[in-house]
Design a protein around this ligand. Structure first.
Ligand code: PMM
Length: 286
């Protein structure tokens, strides 16, 4: 199957003729990769608009850090961080995704103009999430997730990571469908770094075709993650800091686009916007 057919289309969102670029705005004081930089509504909206000028097709707004060991923010704080940024970006015509595990945040974000709900728990963290997204008729990202990471990389044991992630995602997709979300509004995501070590992440990236066989558009979120630090570590084994992993991130974007990913989620948009365009040009070449 060629990658254009594999990539698919998500009902309720624009169509792109190549892998889409999702830029990240973390409205948090503690994200591992860009913590604290956009922890203010005006700065966050400005940053999101900047990502669009750099080539982002969608902007993913999150108010809760999911990094290992992060403590959860309460609902009121998450709403306070996220809703004004979603509203600000949506009112400028940006296609906004909201990165949340809470149904209330998803609902209010959709009311404020968000077009997509990105739930790293795939609907597991809040039982009200799937009914809320179904009722709104919104598209939904189902990420592979084995639970909260407080206290370290728990539940990260696999005999065959690719098969297990595919099977567990399949089960989540079934649950999401049973909950009333339409099949053409479901996106799947392997959840790189979530209860997975570097070898697991690399195996999943090597076998994106197996994830595509789930029959839903695929989102790949490798940006600045730990496994890239491990790949780039020098002889003394010290990984470069998160913000020095953008070239490596763009390399993954090209590989994911070439394998038919529907979208890639990145902090630094410019290099990835170039990467997905090159991948598209190669695809279109005779
Ligand atoms: N990773 C993070 C946050 N949100 N959403 C999806 N769909 N997939 C991911 O892998 C994912 C995500 C953690 O990274 P960040 O703190 O840099 O945003």
């Amino acid at each position: 199957m060629n990658s254009e057919r594999r990539r698919g289309h998500v009902a309720g969102l624009p169509t792109w003729d190549r892998c889409a670029v999702m830029g990240v705005v973390n409205v948090t004081p503690d994200s591992f990769s860009d913590g604290g930089r956009w922890f203010d509504t005006t700065a966050a909206v400005k940053h999101g608009l900047h990502l669009v000028t750099e080539g982002a097709d969608l902007v993913d707004v999150g108010g809760e850090s999911t990094r290992p060991g992060a403590t959860r923010v309460d609902e009121a704080e998450e709403l306070k961080r996220v809703i004004p940024v979603v509203r600000g970006l949506a009112s400028e015509g940006v296609t906004v995704s909201v990165d949340t595990m809470r149904a209330s945040v998803a609902e209010q974000s959709l009311a404020a103009g968000a077009a997509l709900v990105n739930d790293v728990s795939g609907g597991l963290a809040d039982p009200a999430m799937i009914p809320a997204v179904a009722a709104a008729g919104a598209p939904f990202v189902v990420m592979h997730w084995r639970g909260f990471l407080e206290g370290g990389n728990v539940r990260g044991t696999y005999a065959d990571v690719v098969s297990e992630v595919v099977d567990e995602l399949h089960a989540r997709v079934e649950a999401v469908l049973a909950g009333g979300i339409a099949p053409d509004r479901i996106v799947v995501d392997p959840g790189l770094g979530f209860s997975k070590d570097s070898e697991h992440d690399l195996s999943l990236l090597a076998h994106l075709d197996r994830l595509s066989e789930l029959g839903h558009p695929l989102l790949v979120a490798a940006s600045r993650k730990r496994f890239l630090g491990r790949v780039l570590a020098g002889p003394e084994g010290a990984p470069p800091p998160a913000r020095e992993r953008d070239a490596a991130t763009a390399a993954v974007s090209a590989l994911a686009a070439h394998q038919g990913a529907w979208a890639v989620r990145v902090h630094e948009v410019r290099a990835t916007a170039d990467a997905v365009r090159v991948a598209r040009a190669v695809e279109g070449a005779q």
